[in-house]
Ligand binder design. Structure first.
Ligand SMILES: *[C@@H]1O[C@H](CO)[C@@H](O)[C@H](O)[C@H]1NC(C)=O
Ligand SMILES: *[C@@H]1O[C@H](CO)[C@@H](O)[C@H](O)[C@H]1NC(C)=O
Ligand SMILES: *[C@@H]1O[C@H](CO)[C@@H](O)[C@H](O)[C@H]1NC(C)=O
Length: 152
């Protein structure tokens, strides 16, 4: 019976580690790179949801625990469109997609996708994405600067 002591002490600790581990996994930071003018397409996956519809949102982080919503769904399988952002959600399939067109350098930053709770005005974060948009490469420029090196 003595062996039960340490087991009971260790068990809550183990559960705590597992719980924090899975939480970290759920919002593991990701980095995406894109080029000016491209379209960004992000897919956010979750356990399929039955029953009352849970709205989904794409937002841009403004401080440690705040963000500005860029586009939010209002109902299942209906595209919601903002000038450069479109979102579409299928709760039965368990995913939603956000497209952002005409990427600009100042789109570089941190974004979250997740469940939006309108009454609390909170986001349950599913993905935490840092986007880096670089200037479009200029092939002509590369060629003219390379040319004198070849010539001399
Ligand atoms: C998202 O990732 C960034 C970059 O790694 C990190 O600084 C930030 O704390 C993360 N935010 C959340 C809510 O996980
Ligand atoms: C997002 O872009 C993908 C790929 O171009 C397209 O198949 C999809 O229909 C778009 N979704 C929305 C919501 O605009
Ligand atoms: C939003 O939060 C409230 C208060 O915590 C909760 O009662 C409600 O079920 C939540 N709604 C959704 C859609 O998660």
């Amino acid at each position: 019976m003595a062996w039960r002591g340490p087991y009971l002490l260790l068990s809550p600790l183990l559960l705590m580690l597992l719980a924090s581990g899975s939480r970290v996994l759920a919002v593991e930071p990701e980095e995406l790179q894109a080029v000016v003018g491209q379209t960004l397409s992000v897919r956010c996956q979750y356990t399929p949801q039955m029953g009352a519809y849970v709205r989904k949102s794409w937002c841009r982080q403004t401080s440690v625990n705040r963000c500005t919503r860029l586009v939010t769904t209002s109902e299942p399988r209906k595209a919601e469109e903002e000038p450069r952002h479109t979102i579409w959600d299928d709760p039965q399939a368990g995913f939603f997609i956000i497209n952002t067109t005409d990427l600009r350098e100042d789109d570089s930053g941190a974004y979250w996708c997740g469940n939006y709770n309108a009454s609390e005005n909170t986001i349950f974060i599913l993905r935490n994405i840092t986007l880096l948009v670089s200037p479009a490469p200029s092939t002509t420029h590369t060629w003219t600067t390379a040319w004198p090196f070849i010539a001399t």
